[in-house]
Design a protein around this ligand. Structure first.
Ligand SMILES: [Zn+2]
Length: 445
């Protein structure tokens, strides 16, 4: 299916339809007509309609959700306006199509490799949108200089117009006060810092962009959980062709981004589960049903684990599709702890929904994020292995920062084979006695 969309001349999308019967055409909201009389006594008519929101268009559902969280737009209701953006298979179909004509409930929207445009004109300004960037990447069209420069110019104009820098005494202070939508914007921050825009895309950027794509994709709904990897396989294949530096594709992660890639976390607390059908090895985000993102880092993290081996077994000929097995062998420092809860409402459904999980060794509880809330009851009181993975240095003078780690459960008493059950955002391994910490080689399946 991926090649059909990639080779289509035009893809017509019934973006406002919830199902096959929904069709393309909708009754639009009526416009408002106001008669006005000017000073010369001439009667004129003004026509108006409700302003349309477009946040959902930039990156579908999670884009709209993020916008809603920031209260930047009236975005929450927008998700319901574009049911197509909630469907898993449609994610790569949209990004692989060179041209898409969207029929929404209020207007027609055009997307091609050069622009995004809509009837009300708002989307004509989406020049540097993440969707346009990823669609160009999938098609092998570089993000051209005009697009980047156009965005830089607009960002510079915005900075100047708002007189933003004068209102804050320092750049770091300024960064902290920016809405996330702007501080995440590369062109905007380049404009503020007076830096030229890099024209070359680095491997580091491509790794970050893949993680972002997966995070966006994971918010979408798939009827069959076993489609998790297949419905993304066309994009993965085009990514490897564009960026061979990513290495081998491993059940939704890339070989040369594996240390960072392993540190994903669930976003929808209480709504993630590992289904009965095998989807992927437990160290892959694709083993779960539910939305994921990656633990944030201030700088490029320092890693404390060594990858000894990694492999996945595709179920068919497609190296980017379903997998039947996979393992990663890591060497690193491990602390053994027991999963506890300090909540007085012992083992209630509400508590499980909040993944209120702690690990207790000799030190009082360290919180961690469980992957599948369905596993909560089975893990309570169990011995778990915590593998120290990385340090996110947030103070360059002291080199102190957040320690990240994987929480693993041994598959049986005799082997060194484990399954991932969660992730720790702050491990605090430095405070531990050396006697508590063991160097181990572990195989995670
Ligand atoms: Zn519009």
């Amino acid at each position: 299916m991926a090649s059909i969309y990639a080779n289509a001349y035009l893809t017509i999308a019934a973006t406002a339809s919830a199902d096959f019967d929904g069709g393309c055409f909708r009754e639009r909201s009526p416009t408002v007509k106001v008669e006005v009389t000017d000073i010369a006594g001439q009667i004129s008519c003004l026509y108006a309609r409700e302003r349309l929101g477009h946040a959902a268009f930039d990156f579908g559902i999670s884009g709209a959700l993020q916008a809603a969280r920031r209260n930047a737009w009236r975005a929450e209701s927008q998700i319901d306006d574009y049911p197509l953006f909630g469907r898993g298979w449609c994610f790569q179909e949209r990004l692989l199509s060179p041209r898409v004509l969207h029929y929404t409930s209020e207007e027609i929207v055009w997307e091609c490799l050069g622009m995004t445009s809509c009837e009300c004109g708002t989307m004509d300004r989406f020049v540097g949108s993440a969707v346009l960037r990823e669609r160009r990447n999938a098609a092998g069209v570089p993000l051209d200089i005009e697009v980047r420069c156009g965005k830089l110019e607009r960002s510079q104009a915005l900075v100047k117009r708002l007189g933003m820098l004068e209102r804050f005494e320092s750049l770091s202070n300024f960064r902290g006060k920016l809405p996330a939508v702007l501080s995440d914007d590369y062109a905007f921050m380049s404009a503020i810092e007076g830096k030229p825009l890099e024209m070359e895309t680095t491997d580091v950027q491509m790794r970050e962009r893949w993680r972002d794509l997966v995070s966006q994709y994971s918010h979408r709904h798939l009827t069959y959980a076993t489609d998790t990897l297949p419905a993304l396989s066309g994009l993965a294949k085009s990514w490897q062709a564009r960026s061979p530096g990513l290495g081998q594709y491993l059940a939704g992660l890339w070989e040369h981004d594996l240390l960072r890639g392993l540190l994903w976390q669930c976003v929808d607390r209480g709504e993630t589960a590992r289904p009965g059908d095998y989807l992927a090895p437990s160290w892959s985000w694709a083993s779960l049903r539910g939305a994921v993102d990656w633990l944030p880092f201030h700088y490029e993290p320092i890693y404390h684990v060594t990858i000894m081996a990694v492999a996945t077994q595709p179920s068919g000929r497609n190296a980017f599709g379903e997998v039947t097995s996979g393992h990663v062998k890591l060497r690193g420092l491990v602390v053994i702890a027991t999963m506890k809860t300090y909540d007085l409402r012992e083992n209630t459904a509400e508590m499980q929904a909040h993944r209120d999980c702690y690990l207790e060794g000799t030190e009082m509880g360290q919180r961690f994020f469980i992957d599948s809330t369905e596993e909560y009851a089975a893990l309570l009181g169990q011995e778990l292995h915590c593998l120290w993975c990385s340090t996110d240095v947030n103070d360059l003078r002291t080199m102190i920062g957040f320690e990240r780690g994987l929480v693993l459960r041994r598959c049986d008493n005799t082997s060194n084979t484990f399954r991932r059950v969660g992730v720790m955002a702050n491990f605090r391994i430095a405070e531990r006695d050396a006697a508590e910490v063991t160097e181990m080689e572990l195989i995670i399946i």
